[in-house]
Design a protein around this ligand. Structure first.
Ligand code: HEM
Ligand code: HEM
Length: 178
């Protein structure tokens, strides 16, 4: 029997796809400082809204719904390996961990970007990259790596559990045959 469940509210979905767009634009504008800075601040703003929504939002949007103990995450990954992982309606334990890591990494990327930008403004004649720029760059690429693992995880989960997670993040609905 087909069963439809409304899982991702409009705030979660708007946050997700605006973040995808802004993240891509941040990489595309890395050489145009001012525009790049505004896009970075926009990402920080998006995350601020998401953090608030993680406390007051709908059931599956809340952090309490997808932050699990390390033991549960380890067990989930083990079960995934043996293809017997339990199905979760909201984010699964590994996905939840990934989301927390991505949010932290993006915050650190944007904050170091802010300080790198400030130091650039004051050191117009600087010949070398400041250490802040280097840290910012390393964090930006660390975030990109996390995103890559995230997308691979989403595709893997979709295949393993026979559900289209991407369309669920677009429409908000999950369709599953029971
Ligand atoms: C086009 C590539 C992408 C696809 C197809 C995709 C897909 C998804 C899907 C399906 C989910 C829900 C996972 C679940 O059901 O548990 C999700 C969640 C999430 N994704 Fe992506 N994603 C993409 C790119 C990104 C990027 C670039 C970022 C960050 C810069 C990102 C950050 C997140 C976050 C933070 C969540 C948690 C959403 C929430 O609860 O607010 N994703 N993504
Ligand atoms: C999560 C958000 C952000 C991402 C993903 C991001 C990503 C990047 C990337 C990929 C680079 C190029 C690194 C390189 O190869 O040299 C870069 C450079 C830079 N970013 Fe960001 N950034 C973000 C936020 C910010 C913010 C908020 C600011 C400032 C307010 C900022 C300021 C800078 C500066 C000054 C540079 C050095 C540009 C140059 O080489 O002249 N970034 N960023």
């Amino acid at each position: 029997m087909q069963k439809s469940l409304y899982v991702w509210d409009i705030v979660v979905r708007s946050f997700h796809w605006l973040l995808v767009l802004a993240f891509a634009l941040a990489f595309a504008t890395e050489d145009f400082s001012v525009l790049h800075a505004y896009i970075g601040y926009f990402i920080l703003g998006l995350i601020a809204v998401r953090l608030l929504w993680g406390v007051i939002g709908s059931k599956h949007a809340r952090f309490s719904d997808f932050i699990y103990r390390p033991r549960v995450i380890k067990q989930y990954l083990k079960d995934l390996f043996f293809k017997r992982a339990k199905h979760y309606v909201g984010h699964n334990p590994a996905g939840g961990l990934m989301i927390v890591l991505m949010l932290i990494s993006l915050i650190l990327t944007a904050v170091t970007g802010h300080y790198a930008y400030e130091s650039e403004v004051f050191m117009i004649y600087a010949e070398h990259e400041s250490w802040l720029e280097e840290v910012h760059e390393a964090l930006a690429f660390f975030s990109l790596t996390l995103v890559f693992v995230h997308v691979v995880g989403v595709l893997l989960e979709s295949v393993l559990h026979g559900e289209n997670l991407i369309s669920a993040m677009i429409s908000g609905w999950k369709r599953r045959s029971e």
